[in-house]
Design a protein around this ligand. Structure first.
Ligand code: PXP
Length: 251
């Protein structure tokens, strides 16, 4: 990319689910993910992300409602496109929502939405969320074959699942980065805003941050893990530095 056209700024959404994981492990009322969200905002987070899973394993409905009241940056609610979650989202009206596939037994979100196979369900979810003023992104694998279906849902944004990249090494890792780049370019050409997330760490975020079409990263597990040793503000600052270094590398 030429010096005269720098890539747009890269936002960091901090996912605080795993603060709630620690709380739920003991059934206590601490640590509080909402307090973590406020600390993250003070440390410069551009958004706070929470995944209200159907099994309520970490974030609870009350956390989402409290966060919505307390947060001074957009709250991004990750959710499955199922009726009871949609009804709750319609009630809470988060500024952002990210539709994700959900399997009860998975440790974390294992893949992107099948927007081709689930087109009617996803489109209806986008319609219901847009009606309450929520800006929707679809959590998808970097599969260009899905792009026609994604565009047809009316969702203004996609979040690329970076899990396969994060787990790859060597040649496979280069192939995954090429796939992310190609998908980001093709999605942006269709007018979609492009986000990315999953499995990103200080050590691997740079190559994703270097992709100029990506304007937002949502990162949770690695930041909270780092915060255990260094504190949340320092963990966020470290991640930001790594993002910026990657962004400049792509410039
Ligand atoms: N984006 C989405 C849609 C996710 O489901 C998750 C995991 O909850 C993340 C980002 C963050 O992933 P990680 O915790 O691995 O940073």
């Amino acid at each position: 990319m030429s010096q005269s056209h720098p890539p747009p700024a890269l936002r960091l959404g901090v996912n605080v689910d795993h603060v709630a994981t620690l709380r739920q492990a003991r059934g206590t009322d601490y640590p509080d993910p909402v307090e973590a969200g406020l600390v993250a905002i003070a440390a410069g987070a551009d958004g706070i992300t929470v995944h209200l899973r159907e099994d309520r394993r970490h974030i609870q409905e009350q956390d989402v409602r409290r966060l919505m009241t307390a947060a001074t940056v957009p709250v991004n609610l990750e959710m499955a496109a199922v009726d009871d979650m949609l009804a709750l989202a319609e009630d809470v009206a988060p500024p952002r929502a990210c539709l994700v596939p959900e399997k009860r037994q998975e440790v974390t979100t294992e893949g992107g939405l099948d927007v081709v196979g689930q087109h009617a369900v996803v489109t209806e979810a986008c319609r219901r969320l847009a009606a309450v003023g929520t800006r929707v992104s679809l959590f998808v694998d970097a599969d260009v074959a899905q792009l026609d279906a994604i565009s047809a849902t009316g969702a203004p944004a996609v979040e690329i699942h970076t899990g396969a990249y994060a787990e790859a090494s060597g040649e496979q890792r280069s192939a995954e980065i090429s796939r992310l780049r190609g998908f980001a370019r093709a999605a942006a050409e269709r007018g979609l805003e492009v986000h990315a997330g999953h499995g990103l760490r200080v050590a691997n975020v740079g190559s994703v941050a270097a992709i100029p079409q990506i304007v937002e990263l949502n990162i949770g597990h690695a930041i909270i893990a780092d915060a255990v040793f260094h504190g949340l503000p320092a963990a966020i600052a470290r991640m930001r530095r790594a993002m910026l270094a990657g962004r400049q590398m792509g410039d």
